[in-house]
Design a protein around this ligand. Structure first.
Ligand code: FPP
Length: 241
């Protein structure tokens, strides 16, 4: 889909994935506790979701908490979980008002029971919303997601419901948390780091990457448009000549 933004015609990526990095450094620069950085990061996430919808992005996936983030201090992990608790409750009304479908990817079974319940509720009430799909990765690891998919497929093979020889790439895609969702066209990582950090390991095979020094709480609509402009300059060949 193309859209004219400030007089410029841009091809809008269907699916944008974001590694929201730099909350801690944003807080440190201001002599604030790290938790304040995450709080600002949460606000940025909500604003960017609205901007993405407005720009015509159809799927937005963000990395909120990785399988490795449990290694952080108890205080920081508790702070992020409390932000999540509040977010999952507050966003029900806003998502319905804005016709936004929200889903969580990752191994949610390790989360507190009340958070799991809020996720189930939010996913259920927004399931028919179709202006944008918002995917939040929580307790998510790309390798862990592939491990879980392999377990599902091997269990089906052992039960005789699928033939192991029939396993193709589509069946693997369909066994991931992102089943049915097109692979991201554009990945954005903020804060100057240039790594994948176990995010969407399978799905990012042909994705364009955009890295910016901007710290996540400072990321805004103009930064998002800059990333889309960069995407427009890429020549995507998917392995072809
Ligand atoms: C990376 O910054 C950020 C995270 C690990 C957490 C991301 C979480 C949010 C944006 C808020 C989430 C909101 C909800 C509702 C879950 P960092 O802490 O690694 O920053 P640093 O690299 O500067 O230390």
């Amino acid at each position: 889909m193309t859209k004219v933004i400030n007089g410029e015609e841009l091809n809008i990526p269907t699916h944008v994935a974001i590694i929201m990095d730099g909350n801690g450094r944003w807080a440190k620069k201001r002599h604030l506790p790290r938790g304040m950085g995450h709080r600002e990061g949460g606000k940025t996430m909500e604003q960017i979701l609205e901007d993405a919808k407005d720009l015509g992005i159809r799927y937005l996936t963000v990395y909120a908490f990785s399988t490795e983030n449990w290694k952080r201090s108890v205080e920081e992990v508790t702070g992020i979980m409390n932000l999540l608790r509040k977010y999952l409750k507050d966003c029900v009304e806003r998502s319905l008002k804005n016709n936004m479908r929200v889903r969580v990817i990752g191994d949610t079974s390790a989360l507190a029971e009340d958070i799991q319940e809020s996720i189930r509720h939010l996913e259920e009430v927004t399931k028919d919303c179709d202006s944008i799909d918002f995917l939040i990765a929580i307790n998510y690891g790309g390798r862990d997601e592939i491990r879980r998919a392999v377990k599902k497929l091997t269990a089906q093979a052992a039960a005789g419901t699928i033939d192991p020889d029939s396993i193709d790439e589509q069946m693997i895609s369909d066994s991931l948390d992102t089943a049915g969702i097109p692979d991201p066209d554009l990945l954005i990582r903020t804060s100057g780091e240039e790594r994948l950090s176990n995010f969407l390991t399978w799905q990012l095979a042909y994705t364009e990457f955009y890295f910016t020094d901007c710290l996540w709480p400072d990321f805004d609509r103009d930064e998002l448009v800059t990333a889309i402009r960069y995407y427009n300059k890429r020549d995507r060949r998917f392995g072809g000549a």
